[in-house]
Design a protein around this ligand. Structure first.
Ligand SMILES: CSC[C@H]1O[C@H](OP(=O)(O)O)[C@H](O)[C@@H]1O
Length: 360
C-alpha cells in the first residue's frame, strides 16, 4: 500500500492518504472517538467537507486538492483535452462543498493551473502530477504553519493567558496549526502560557478539538462558555487573543468562525491585542472588503441541539451563520508565513503577500 504524506514527523494529521483512498479523521466525534471515514470518490470528499467531517480553511483546501486527485484517477479520458475538461467538472463539484474558506477555491484553482501548465502530459501522467501537487500543497501548508508559529510567537507575552476561538490547530490545517501553531511555538520556545478556549457553539470546535489538541501537546487549557470571554477580559485575565481565519479581504477585514467579531470588539474595548494567524492561501485579494465575503449559513438543527441531543423546544426556529466578519480596525496584526502585517492593511497586505495569490 502506498502512503502519501509529508516528511514532517510530529504532526497531528486530520487524514491518512493512501492508494486505497483518503481516510478522514471524523472530527465530529472527537474527542470521544478517533474514527476515520474512507473516501474513494471526489463526491465522498465533497460530502465530508460539507458535513464537517474535516473542517478548517487550510485543511479544507488540502482535502479538496486530494479529492480532485481521487476524481482524476477515475476519469476515463483518452485525450488530454477530455481529461482537462473532466477535471474542471470535478473541481466545479468540489467547489460547492462550503462557500467561505477561500483555501478551497485557491487549492482547486492551483491544481487546475498545474495540470494545464503541463502542455504535453497525457491523462496518466497528469494524474501523477496532480498527486504530487496535492502533496506539495499539504507540505507547503505545514511549513507555513511552522514559520507562522515562529514569527507569531514573538508577539505573545513571556507568560500569561491567551484566549482563542474555534479550532485553528493541526486539525484545521496541514498538521501544526495557525493560531494554535503560534501558541505551540511560543510554548516550545519556553513561554509560560495557558490558554482559554472558547467552547465555540454550535459545533464546539473549541471544547472538543482545541482542548483535545492542547491537552495532547501538554499546553494548559481551560474551556470557557463563548459568553464568558468579555467578562474574563474585563477582569484582566486575558493578555492576548489569537484566532485563525477563513478568508481575509484586501483591506484586512477577516472572516472567521461566528463569535470572532464580538471577541475583537471586546479585546479592543479592554486594550488587549487581537491577532489573526493565517497563511497567504487564506487571503482573497479579489475581495475588496469583508462585505464581499460569502458567509455560510448552516442548518438550524445544529443550533437546536448540543452534543447530539435536542435542547430547544419543538416548533422553534434557529439562525446559524457559521462565520462573521471582523473589520480590520479591530485587528492588531495579521501573522502570515511571509511576515507580520500591520495596519494600514490595504497598503501592507500586498507588500507582504504580493498580488499573485489571486483567487478565481
Ligand atoms: C485554521 S483556519 C480554521 C478556521 O476554520 C474554522 O471554521 P470551520 O470549523 O467551520 O471550518 C474556524 O473559522 C477557524 O478559525
Amino acid at each position: 500500500m502506498k502512503v502519501y504524506q509529508p516528511q514532517d514527523p510530529d504532526i497531528i494529521s486530520a487524514w491518512r492518504w493512501t492508494d486505497r483512498g483518503l481516510y478522514l479523521l471524523d472530527q465530529r466525534l472527537l474527542p470521544w472517538k478517533e474514527t476515520y471515514i474512507r473516501c474513494r470518490t471526489w463526491q465522498e470528499v465533497r460530502r465530508a467537507i460539507k458535513d464537517m467531517v474535516v473542517r478548517g480553511a487550510p485543511a479544507i483546501g488540502i482535502t479538496a486538492a486530494i479529492g480532485l486527485v481521487l476524481g482524476a484517477e477515475r476519469l476515463r479520458a483518452r485525450t488530454r483535452r477530455a481529461f482537462l475538461s473532466g477535471l474542471k467538472r470535478v473541481a466545479q463539484g468540489l467547489s460547492k462543498a462550503r462557500p467561505t474558506a477561500v483555501n478551497l477555491f485557491w487549492a482547486l484553482e492551483r491544481m487546475i493551473k498545474r495540470a494545464e501548465a503541463e502542455g504535453d502530459a497525457g491523462p496518466q501522467e497528469l494524474v501523477e502530477i496532480l498527486r504530487q501537487e496535492a502533496l506539495t500543497i499539504w507540505e507547503e501548508d505545514l511549513s507555513a504553519n511552522r514559520r507562522m508559529g515562529r514569527l507569531g510567537a514573538e508577539l505573545l507575552p513571556k507568560e500569561g493567558t491567551v484566549l482563542t476561538h474555534c479550532n485553528a490547530g493541526a486539525l484545521a490545517t496541514g498538521g501544526y496549526g495557525t493560531a494554535l501553531g503560534v501558541i505551540r511555538a511560543a510554548v516550545e520556545a519556553g513561554k509560560k502560557l495557558s490558554v482559554l478556549a472558547d467552547e465555540t457553539r454550535p459545533y464546539l470546535q473549541g471544547a472538543r478539538l482545541t482542548a483535545w489538541e492542547l491537552r495532547k501537546a501538554g499546553v494548559p487549557v481551560a474551556i470557557i462558555p463563548d459568553a464568558a470571554a468579555g467578562f474574563l477580559m474585563a477582569r484582566g485575565l486575558v493578555q492576548a487573543v489569537i484566532v485563525g481565519a477563513d478568508r481575509i479581504a484586501a483591506n484586512g477585514d477577516t472572516a472567521n468562525k461566528i463569535g470572532t467579531y464580538a471577541l475583537a470588539v471586546l479585546a479592543k474595548e479592554n486594550g488587549i491585542p487581537f491577532y489573526v494567524a493565517a497563511p497567504s492561501s487564506t487571503f482573497d485579494l479579489h475581495c475588496p472588503s469583508g462585505q464581499n465575503i460569502p458567509i455560510e449559513e448552516r442548518a438550524p438543527e445544529e443550533v437546536l441541539s448540543c452534543g447530539g441531543r435536542r435542547v430547544a423546544p419543538c416548533g422553534v426556529s434557529a439562525v446559524n451563520p457559521a462565520f462573521d466578519v471582523t473589520p480590520a480596525k479591530f485587528v492588531t496584526a495579521i501573522i502570515t508565513e511571509k511576515g507580520l502585517i500591520y495596519p494600514p492593511y490595504s497598503e501592507n497586505i500586498p507588500k507582504v503577500i504580493g498580488s499573485e495569490n489571486q483567487t478565481p
